[in-house]
Design a protein around this ligand. Structure first.
Ligand SMILES: Nc1ncnc2c1ncn2[C@@H]1O[C@H](COP(=O)(O)OP(=O)(O)OP(=O)(O)O)[C@@H](O)[C@H]1O
Ligand SMILES: [Mg+2]
Length: 251
């Protein structure tokens, strides 16, 4: 059974405590959003789970394996900017993770093509990143993360740099792909509506050092539609979260 267990993570940069005894769990197939003020430690937590930043203490266990401080298998990451290799074409960017794993060229290109088509980029296999729009680059970033078939997808404001229309489209695309290939997701965002629209559960973080102010189970059934944003319960939750964040910042 897929499962992520993060326990007792602490991290101090210099003299600044950013994370103090932080714990969270993600269950198989669960989409969890992390909301919290700028600078509270969301990206730091994601990078610790990804193994790119060492924690001072605590453990990260993925699918029963202790992966604390280790990069590599089981996790796919999508950043705010797609962060593509400029000297690799779209398909080569998507296939990169498989290349690192030593998967042969024919097989990795075939698998990369599947994900390229899944994100709607058929015909752009050989395009260079600079020839793609921001939204298209982000699609490549999502395909690249899915292509290694991770157990856990880490997404750090993946749509934060996009215009509203493109963001709405990519939110729906992400859900469609995720429903086709379910996996655990940790999704950092500043968008309360985005979190409510996408997630099964929302963790609302306080200002630094981050602690969980509230855990909200999102009550809406899937598939979700745009009109849920007019549902009184949606509006109530949106207001509740917004007030929670505001009170914490003013405290
Ligand atoms: N490498 C680093 N060295 C020193 N301080 C750091 C480093 N990385 C992050 N910080 C500090 O840790 C705190 C948390 O940063 P982090 O990037 O995790 O915040 P965040 O919640 O992701 O914010 P945002 O929503 O703006 O992306 C900030 O005060 C930041 O200055
Ligand atoms: Mg961040």
């Amino acid at each position: 059974m897929a499962h992520l267990s993060v326990t007792g993570i602490s991290k101090t940069f210099g003299t600044v405590p950013v994370l103090v005894d932080q714990s969270l769990e993600v269950e198989q197939g669960e989409f969890v959003a992390l909301l919290g003020p700028s600078g509270c430690g969301k990206s730091t937590l994601l990078q610790i789970i990804n193994g790119l930043i060492p924690a001072d203490s605590g453990r990260v266990v993925l699918d029963g394996e202790d992966i604390t401080g280790r990069t590599g298998s089981g996790r796919g990451m999508v950043f705010q900017g797609a962060d593509l290799f400029p000297w690799r074409t779209a398909i080569e960017n998507i296939a990169f993770g498989l290349q690192v794993k030593g998967v042969g060229k024919a097989e990795r290109l075939e698998r990369a093509r599947h994900y390229l088509e899944l994100v709607g980029l058929r015909g752009f296999e050989n395009a260079w990143p600079h020839q793609l729009s921001g939204g298209m680059q982000q699609r490549v970033g999502i395909a690249r993360a899915f292509c290694i078939q991770p157990s856990l997808l880490l997404m750090d404001e993946p749509f934060g740099a996009l215009d509203v229309q493109t963001r709405d489209i990519l939110q729906d695309e992400l859900v469609r792909i995720w429903e086709a290939e379910p996996k655990m997701v940790l999704f950092v965002t500043h968008g309360i509506e985005e979190a409510l629209y996408l997630a099964d559960r929302i963790l609302v973080f306080s200002k630094r050092p981050a602690r969980v102010l509230s855990e909200i189970k999102v009550p809406f059934a899937r598939p979700r539609h745009d009109d849920m944003k007019l549902d009184p319960e949606f509006l109530r939750l949106r207001r509740e979260i917004s007030e929670l964040l505001r009170h914490d910042l003013e405290a």
